[in-house]
Design a protein around this ligand. Structure first.
Ligand SMILES: Nc1ncnc2c1ncn2[C@@H]1O[C@H](COP(=O)(O)OP(=O)(O)OP(=O)(O)O)[C@@H](O)[C@H]1O
Ligand SMILES: [Mg+2]
Length: 303
């Protein structure tokens, strides 16, 4: 509703995964490079982890776009499945027809392995991408490992990309999954955006929507980083709400005070107070240390 008011032709902070708005920060680029490199390696698994909303799914979509044409991809977006359901889903994704009456782990595994062999013979690579992989059950992960057993002298015939929240790292530390953990050839943990990256991220999204970062005051931009801790999804929610509030108040520029009000609406007053207090404590500690050092140096000089 605020688009005309701010001269925008689209909602710059929608949380829809629109590739036009993709901003490849140095971290996002590095994550993509790790995954791409890992898939070229001979091993079976690559892994991308990161806190909620940091952009893992966004990076995985970019990865899929970049895969060579001779790649068949199976994608699992909701992995709260039993081992047999997972194998059936892989069959569906790879276009393998099967007889539901024969459904068993062995039957599905055989079907998938013969497809992997056939793909390999015809020069196709096969990639299985699993998002939200922190929800996979250990026995399902073990089943996946067995699928990657098929290999030539040079490489595995199935490459698996695991994407998930930090709990995925914990899951793979379990003793019964150590064989799988050893087969991960590339792993990357996506961290939130730094303050300059938050500013560049906002500028990029506003630019795509025919807007400009000057819609937000410099103090407001700095506050976005403090409140959101650099998490892209939270940045989008916050900026969208701040634009709505500014429009309601008929402020042509989003001020810090409006941004704080938007933050309280989205994250709650206590969270905002805590995040601002956290920053103040850091500054007070810095001031205290600098004062002590200066006091010490001055004392030595006078002695
Ligand atoms: N690099 C980016 N460029 C543009 N927008 C981004 C980027 N990263 C994240 N976003 C925005 O943040 C939203 C959340 O990103 P995404 O869904 O990729 O996070 P996630 O890490 O997969 O989250 P979850 O842990 O909930 O699965 C996206 O819909 C998108 O709007
Ligand atoms: Mg995701």
């Amino acid at each position: 509703m605020y688009l005309n008011y701010f001269g925008l032709n689209d909602n710059p902070f929608s949380i829809a995964p629109n590739p036009d708005y993709l901003y490849m920060s140095p971290r996002h680029k590095e994550a993509l490079a790790h995954l791409t490199f890992g898939l070229r390696e001979s091993g079976g698994f690559v892994m991308l982890t990161g806190e909620v909303g940091t952009g893992k799914t966004t990076v995985s979509r970019k990865l899929l776009q970049q895969l060579p044409d001779n790649t068949q991809v199976a994608m699992i977006l909701n992995p709260t499945l039993s081992a047999i359901e997972l194998l059936a889903t892989v069959c569906d994704e790879l276009g393998i027809s099967y007889d539901p009456d024969k459904a068993s782990l062995k039957y599905f595994t055989d079907q998938i392995l013969s497809r992997l062999a056939r793909n390999h013979q015809s020069g196709m690579n096969t990639v299985l991408l699993i998002d939200e992989a922190q929800h996979l059950m250990p026995e399902v992960l073990e089943q996946l490992r067995l699928l990657t057993n098929l290999e030539t002298n040079r490489e595995k015939l199935l490459k698996v990309v695991l994407i998930g929240q930090p709990e995925l790292q914990q899951l793979l530390k379990r003793n019964e999954l150590r064989q799988l953990a050893q087969r991960i050839t590339a792993r990357y943990h996506l961290l939130p955006l730094t303050a300059p990256e938050v500013s560049a991220y906002m500028a990029h999204r506003l630019d795509v929507a025919q807007g400009d970062i000057s819609i937000f005051s410099p103090a407001a931009v700095r506050t976005v980083h403090r409140i959101t801790a650099g998490i892209p999804r939270v940045i989008n929610l916050l900026c969208d709400r701040a634009l709505t509030l500014s429009f309601t108040k008929q402020h042509a520029v989003v001020k810090k005070s409006v941004l704080l009000a938007a933050g309280e609406q989205i994250l709650g007053e206590d969270v905002i107070a805590q995040r601002l207090r956290g920053q103040q404590t850091v500054w007070m500690t810095v001031v205290l240390i600098v004062s002590l050092v200066l006091g010490f140096l001055a004392g030595r000089w006078y002695v």
